[in-house]
Design a binder for this molecule. Structure first.
Ligand SMILES: [Zn+2]
Ligand SMILES: [Zn+2]
Length: 246
């Protein structure tokens, strides 16, 4: 007679780990909601500018724009090019409230950051989501950058302050302005909360997509002017070539 106690451990682990791949609907072979073939197929950012992460033909270089006018932020950490399927995943996360997509991308960005922290990237004191205007927040109902910062904060044990950066109302639209006016306009679009504790601190901005970097530049400038010691940028995807200012 066989009389073995029923061992639930592996069964529990197995059932916990079974997830369906969000891209191909096949069972995932890892703890992620993404199977290995789909993970490998993502548009991982290869050679890039070592400051702003602009895709470049060779690694370890700085792009022309960063050489000419070094940005106020020090490093951009970003896993993917803004290309299929990241564009569609980000859009569904932002516009169709598909939280699992956001959660998955944030988890992978968190893994990249942890890897970089273990190498040589200094851990920031605080994560700061790029703020949305109140009007946009009302339309959308949530700030996707705030959710990303919150998920990254719990994954990496980093503090998050979603109230420190403010978007000011009534900034004129960017359309029709030349580059200088756009930059000035953007700088006037943000402010710090009263008594924001930024002096001497290392801060990291969190956003979904980095396009021209103009928003990150405006926010980093604001933080450095207020005494911040260093500003980095963490985001999900980088556009290959600068598009319209965002
Ligand atoms: Zn898959
Ligand atoms: Zn660059």
């Amino acid at each position: 007679m066989r009389c073995q106690p029923e061992y639930k451990g592996p069964v529990y682990i197995w059932s916990k780990n079974i997830q369906t791949c969000l891209l191909c609907d096949e069972p995932s072979d890892s703890a992620l909601a993404l199977c290995s073939p789909c993970l490998d197929d993502l548009p991982w950012l290869g050679a890039q500018c070592s400051i702003c992460a602009l895709p470049l033909p060779a690694a370890g270089m700085v792009c022309g724009q960063c050489l000419q006018r070094p940005p106020a932020f020090q490093r951009v950490i970003v896993p993917w090019r803004y290309d299929f399927p990241m564009d569609s995943l980000i859009s569904r996360f932002k516009h169709q409230e598909k939280w699992p997509y956001g959660r998955l991308m944030s988890e992978l960005l968190g893994q990249l950051l942890q890897y970089r922290f273990d190498e040589d990237l200094p851990r920031p004191d605080l994560l700061l989501p790029v703020p949305l205007s109140r009007r946009r927040l009302r339309q959308r109902g949530f700030n996707q950058a705030g959710m990303l910062a919150h998920w990254l904060g719990s994954q990496l044990q980093l503090r998050v302050d979603a109230q420190l950066l403010k978007r000011i109302q009534g900034t004129p639209a960017q359309q029709g302005l030349d580059a200088r006016a756009r930059h000035r306009n953007l700088r006037q679009a943000f402010a710090l909360a009263a008594h924001a504790p930024v002096a001497g601190r290392h801060l990291a901005l969190v956003d979904d997509v980095l396009t021209t970097g103009a928003t990150a530049q405006a926010l980093a400038r604001l933080l450095l002017d207020a005494g911040a010691q260093r500003v980095d940028v963490y985001c999900l995807a980088r556009t290959p070539r600068p598009g319209p200012s965002t």
